[in-house]
Design a protein around this ligand. Structure first.
Ligand SMILES: [Zn+2]
Length: 453
């Protein structure tokens, strides 16, 4: 064995397979030993007694809005917030940066910004929008993780939604390029009509907004996306599924051998439409928060391993965009990336809805596998990158706005009582977060998916 730089002793290791006391040896950026007792010594040791060691959280869905809208979030603050929540890798969405990431040139601009500022590793989504079919190949060559398309209005003028023919053509090309397509699945025909009707009658409250984005709109879009995936053979990922019937449709399609997976977000699992009525703008998102009954069903799909992964869909804005009198005009997006881990452990593990092993799969192993990440990501084993987070599971605390690392210290979770506190995060063997403080050095590297055979 190589000489060791670091050993973690006394902790409980959580992987997608098991939970057991284990010591971890690190040399440079890599894990070189995972044993009950490492007899060697190292230059440094971390005493992980009473702590659980989880694989670094991989957030497959964030909007850090840079370049162009760094005043909404930006790579520096967004990546620090994630590191403080146990994150070591994120996939940034092609919107709401300006320009959006829809060709090689805009990819290069975003890559430069991320390399300069991101504390942790990152992958970049490319956009699939009307008019950029001929740019998908150059985006693929640059190393995008996949292509994201909207089936309803994105809320951003420079990122248009796709109609079915465009989605079909895009997925055909993506299939040739062996890239996955992720869709925001809500039917524009339904949501736009209902919103217009409601606004024309001056019905602009929270409840009116909820009524304008029914589960039926999600199901119509998922059905269409599944049809096109079946026709084109393209791998499909449905982001932020909010309904039980949506997950059921995806599971049924998997049985028909359609290559489809889905993610949901912490907010659909921990907040309901009643919370939206109480909290207002800070909890607005699309699809909107659903009923407690729907939420319960979503947890059951987890128990059945029918949801592949969790993405935060962190999508902040400046506070003034949350202050319109019409709820329809308020920016839709929840700031939440920092608390995926404690929210899910509090509501999932402590309420006996998911096992710790399942949590490691949902936030790391499954994400790495579905998105074809290099073999060094998504697991804690010899040869892997030393990416992990140390969590004090028993710790109880409350989220305070001053603890938020976001550019704007707003989140629907402020004031919420949690258990499970990430206390230290390591990226490739280096501490990026410890005891409430993040490192400032931008260590992040672009992670590209592996070529598929
Ligand atoms: Zn999103």
């Amino acid at each position: 064995m190589k000489s060791l730089d670091l050993i973690l002793r006394g902790g409980t290791l959580v992987t997608e397979k098991s939970v057991s006391p284990m010591e971890i040896g690190i040399s440079g950026e890599k894990i070189v030993a995972v044993e009950k007792n490492i007899s060697q010594s190292a230059r440094h040791e971390i005493n992980a007694t009473d702590l659980h060691i989880f694989p670094g959280l991989i957030d497959s869905h964030v909007h850090f809005n840079e370049p162009g809208r760094a005043h909404w979030e930006g790579f520096a603050t967004g990546s620090r917030a994630l590191a403080a929540g146990g994150g070591t890798l994120f996939f940034d969405m092609p919107l709401n940066a300006h320009p959006p990431t829809i060709d090689a040139e805009s990819f290069d601009l975003k890559l430069a910004a991320a390399q300069k500022k991101s504390l942790i590793d990152f992958a970049l989504w490319g956009g699939l929008v009307p008019g950029n079919l001929d740019k998908l190949e150059e985006l693929s060559d640059r190393g995008v993780i996949g292509f994201k398309a909207f089936m309803s209005n994105s809320g951003i003028e420079d990122f248009s939604c796709v109609d079915a023919p465009t989605l079909r053509k895009g997925m055909k090309r993506a299939a040739r390029l062996k890239k996955i397509v992720a869709v925001h699945a809500e039917s524009d025909a339904i949501t736009s009509r209902l919103a217009a009707e409601s606004i024309s009658q001056n019905k602009i409250s929270v409840r009116d907004y909820l009524n304008s984005r029914p589960v039926a709109a999600e199901l119509t879009a998922i059905r269409r996306a599944l049809e096109i995936a079946g026709e084109t053979g393209c791998a499909l990922h449905i982001v932020h599924v909010s309904s039980s019937a949506g997950v059921a449709m995806i599971v049924e399609a998997q049985k028909r051998k359609i290559d489809v997976t889905c993610e949901t977000c912490p907010h659909y699992l921990t907040l309901t439409e009643t919370d939206l009525e109480e909290l207002g703008a800070v909890a607005k998102c699309a699809p909107p928060l659903r009923s407690a009954k729907e939420q319960n069903h979503l947890w059951k799909h987890f128990a059945a391993n029918e949801i592949t992964s969790i993405g935060s869909d962190h999508s902040p804005s400046p506070p003034e965009m949350k202050k319109e009198s019409s709820f329809f005009k308020i920016w839709g997006g929840i700031s939440g990336a920092q608390h995926t881990l404690p929210l899910l452990l509090t509501e999932g593990h402590f309420n006996r809805r998911i096992a710790l092993t399942q949590f490691a799969a949902l936030t790391s192993f499954n994400v790495a596998r579905r998105f074809n990440l290099p073999a060094t990501k998504g697991k804690i084993e010899i040869g892997a990158d030393a990416d992990f987070t140390l969590v004090h599971l028993a710790k109880e605390y409350k989220i305070e706005s001053e603890d938020l690392f976001y550019r704007h210290q707003q989140s629907p979770y402020v004031g919420r009582s949690l258990r499970s506190k990430p206390v230290q995060t390591l990226l490739r063997g280096q501490t990026v977060f410890k005891d409430g403080k993040t490192s400032l050095e931008p260590l992040g590297r672009l992670i590209k998916p592996q070529p598929k055979n």
